[in-house]
Design a binder for this molecule. Structure first.
Ligand SMILES: NC(=O)c1ccc[n+]([C@@H]2O[C@H](COP(=O)([O-])OP(=O)(O)OC[C@H]3O[C@@H](n4cnc5c(N)ncnc54)[C@H](O)[C@@H]3O)[C@@H](O)[C@H]2O)c1
Length: 284
């Protein structure tokens, strides 16, 4: 039972996140935001299972995390398959001796206009961005409940789940669904002490996204974002999503559940139609 009068629960010296030695599973940890998250968890002393479709990448990241001096473990699997998702969670739970937190980053973007999109693409997007959160989330929650652990779950959604965009409907609908699913999980599992939140990034400079821009001959990516009106006038970094994810599974967010934290360099804080422009130095 939480002591509501105790104002001195936080901030054990050297372990303000309360994650030291805690077993945490990062799904999609082999690259980009997932890799940054696994490394940050290692830096705050957590023991980390790195799961990914790509075994080589999962192993590389697990080795990087282990080099920080914490236990780390790699597991390969395709979490869009319910049997594989269950196995990944079970193996992580067994290897780490429990599960304090789950961070699931997996998501795959596709592009198609609605009139020509076929059902296979629609269904694949829903599987890759929404349905696997059910498979992985409840497999983890069942372990947490059986172990009597007040666990934490954080998933990555997207601002595409909030705003509409042409040719991005399946991804956007799936991400909106993931925001809703996280809210429902938060409601159902609060009774077990489990908190569930999501983080919705705007554009983040991960190797996958950078490669896509380079392929199209675009090198000055910050200029594009600035021209689009992002107040901070730059891309975010993988670390800048890892930070909020780790915060949401840490003791520092103990009364936060069912939230979708938008991390967008200020875009949502601006007039939807552009609005007034900041003064130039001459005008101010
Ligand atoms: N990068 C951005 O600009 C951006 C913006 C908004 C939202 N997001 C979301 O952030 C998340 C991570 O994005 P990223 O750019 O780091 O992607 P990424 O492709 O670099 O990393 C995703 C990782 O997930 C793994 N993966 C994919 N499908 C899997 C599956 N079925 N089972 C297990 N592992 C699987 C991949 O192998 C990869 O290592 C995604 O959910 C994405 O939709 C990214």
């Amino acid at each position: 039972m939480t002591d509501l009068t105790n104002t001195n629960l936080l901030g054990a010296p050297g372990d303000v996140f309360g994650l030291r030695d805690q077993p945490v599973l990062v799904v999609g940890g082999g690259s980009g935001i997932g890799r940054a998250t696994a490394l940050l968890l290692g830096r705050v002393g957590a023991r980390v299972a790195v799961a990914d479709l790509d075994h080589a990448r999962a192993s590389e990241v697990a080795a990087e995390v282990a080099a920080l001096g914490v236990q780390s473990f790699a597991v390969a699997g395709n979490v869009t398959d319910p049997t594989d998702a269950q196995r990944v969670v079970d193996e992580a739970h067994a290897a780490l001796g429990g599960l304090h937190s789950l961070i699931n980053i997996v998501g795959v973007a596709s592009w198609s206009d609605l009139l020509s999109m076929d059902l296979a693409m629609w269904e694949s997007d829903l599987r890759s961005n929404l349905t696997h959160h059910l498979f992985v989330g409840r497999a983890a929650a069942r372990h947490m409940i059986a172990d009597g652990v007040a666990g934490r779950i954080a998933i990555v959604t997207s601002i595409s789940g909030i705003f509409g965009a042409p040719n991005h409907a399946a991804y956007g609908a799936a991400k909106a669904g993931a925001i809703g699913l996280a809210r429902s999980m938060a409601n159902e599992w609060a009774v077990h002490g489990i908190r569930v939140n999501s983080v919705a990034p705007d554009i983040i400079a991960t190797p996958r996204v950078i490669a896509g821009f380079v392929e199209r001959g675009i090198s000055d990516m910050n200029a594009i974002v600035a021209a689009d009106g992002v107040p901070m006038a730059r891309w975010g970094t993988p670390d800048e999503i890892a930070g909020p994810l780790v915060f949401l599974v840490s003791d520092l967010s103990g009364f936060i559940t069912g939230q979708n934290l938008v991390v967008d360099g200020g875009t949502q804080a601006r007039f939807p139609h552009g609005g007034p422009k900041p003064f130039t130095p001459e005008e101010s």
